[in-house]
Design a protein around this ligand. Structure first.
Ligand code: NAP
Length: 347
């Protein structure tokens, strides 16, 4: 076994604290990554606090992982020791079902293993990236260009692919009017991709104080959703909306902002189900769609696209001992736009 250390929640009620644990020894197709940075996703808060369902504790969260290859199994082809590498939201799957064969391993319906809060194929808990290392089959490790800012690349592994994938699927580009609901970790990446794909981008935010920051990101317009006048003026004006909100909210006022044939792409995962009227959908032929992270081929495509187009996340680098404060600040929407843990601070 490989000795590992990280930060874990021992129970859903306890703060994250230092914890020593073990990873499995490398199989022939596995790589060992020495983690340098890990992004902090709102999902980490949902899961460590049992907001969605009962979790597996102790829980080491983190699924926006970047670092360097420290060791490789005997059959590994894609990586050599010293290469940069990354892990996103999953670390294993059956590799044989229809979804796995189609490069949508995140929807494996036989034996998916998400990066943490899950059991691996040997029945042991999988531990995430708030740690000094991680072991995964090479198929689930992504290649990262040597030219990019590694810390600012970490959030691409979840916030990046989760927004890139639906914008690509629904063909958002030139001539489209895209609205991004919620300017947080996912939201700011949706703004960056929307602009890179050629769309006219509007931010729909509950925080009036983010207006200037949204402009700095390049957004063309900014609407404070708590301001009824501003919301009314935006009715029937968007071809696409991407909803990245982490908190419970009513989507009906946002659906009213779609043009006829508009598409509402949801990626946020608040706890309470939505109330949706059939009249809202029927009027204007609206599409409401979901999207879950992205498969391995598309995640690699997104990383390569970002490297070619100088796209990274806007981050605040933190010491791992400040993770609780980071969570509290995220809950207040007080981060521009992603906390990333500097794993050199893990002593
Ligand atoms: P985040 O950084 O905390 O951002 C969420 C944003 O939501 C906030 O910055 C805020 O933006 C907005 N917001 C907060 N409360 C709101 C409210 N009551 N009404 C409307 N807007 C509100 O979170 P994140 O890391 O981007 O994650 C967002 C959600 O996506 C989480 O639920 C997460 O679990 C989920 N997620 C899903 C996937 C997937 O595969 N689909 C992958 C990763 C994450 P403003 O201040 O601008 O309003």
């Amino acid at each position: 076994m490989i000795a590992s250390k990280g930060y874990a929640a021992q129970t859903p009620e306890s703060p994250l604290t230092p914890w020593n644990f073990e990873r499995r020894d490398l199989g022939p197709h596995d790589v060992l990554i020495a983690i340098e940075y890990c992004g902090v996703c709102h999902t980490d808060i949902h899961l460590t606090r049992n907001e969605w369902f009962p979790g597996i504790f102790p829980m080491v969260p983190g699924h926006e992982i970047v670092g360097k290859i420290a060791a490789v199994g005997s059959h590994v082809k894609k990586f050599k020791v010293g290469n940069r590498a990354a892990i996103g939201v999953m670390v294993d799957s059956c590799m044989e079902c229809e979804d796995c064969r189609n490069g949508q391993e995140q929807f494996c319906n036989v034996s998916p293993v998400v990066t943490y809060n899950n059991l691996d194929h040997s029945g042991k808990p999988a531990y995430g990236g708030y740690a000094n290392n991680i072991v995964a089959p090479e198929h689930f490790a992504l290649q990262v260009s040597d030219s990019v800012d590694l810390a600012a690349t970490a959030p691409l592994l979840c916030a990046g692919i989760t927004t890139y994938s639906p914008l690509r699927k629904w063909g958002v580009g030139k001539g489209h009017k895209l609205a991004v609901v919620g300017l947080g970790g996912l939201g700011h990446m949706a703004v960056k991709f929307g602009l890179a794909f050629g769309a006219e981008v509007t931010v729909l935010s509950t925080s009036a104080g983010k207006r200037e920051a949204a402009k700095t990101l390049g957004a063309h317009h900014f609407v404070v959703t708590k301001n009824e006048e501003e919301l009314k003026a935006a009715q029937r004006s968007f071809t696409h909306i991407i909803d990245t909100v982490a908190a419970d909210h009513d989507i009906n006022p946002y659906l009213a902002l779609l043009k006829t044939n508009g598409v509402y792409m949801n990626v946020g995962m608040p706890v309470q189900p939505w109330q949706l009227s059939s009249f809202t959908l029927v009027t204007g032929n609206k599409v409401v769609a979901g999207s879950g992270a992205g498969g391995l081929p598309e995640t690699q495509e997104m990383l390569d696209f970002c490297a070619e187009n100088n796209i990274v996340s806007d981050i605040e680098l933190i010491d791992i001992k400040d993770i609780q404060t980071a969570y509290e600040r995220m809950l207040k929407g007080d981060v521009r736009y992603r906390f990333v843990i500097d794993m050199a601070t893990l002593k």
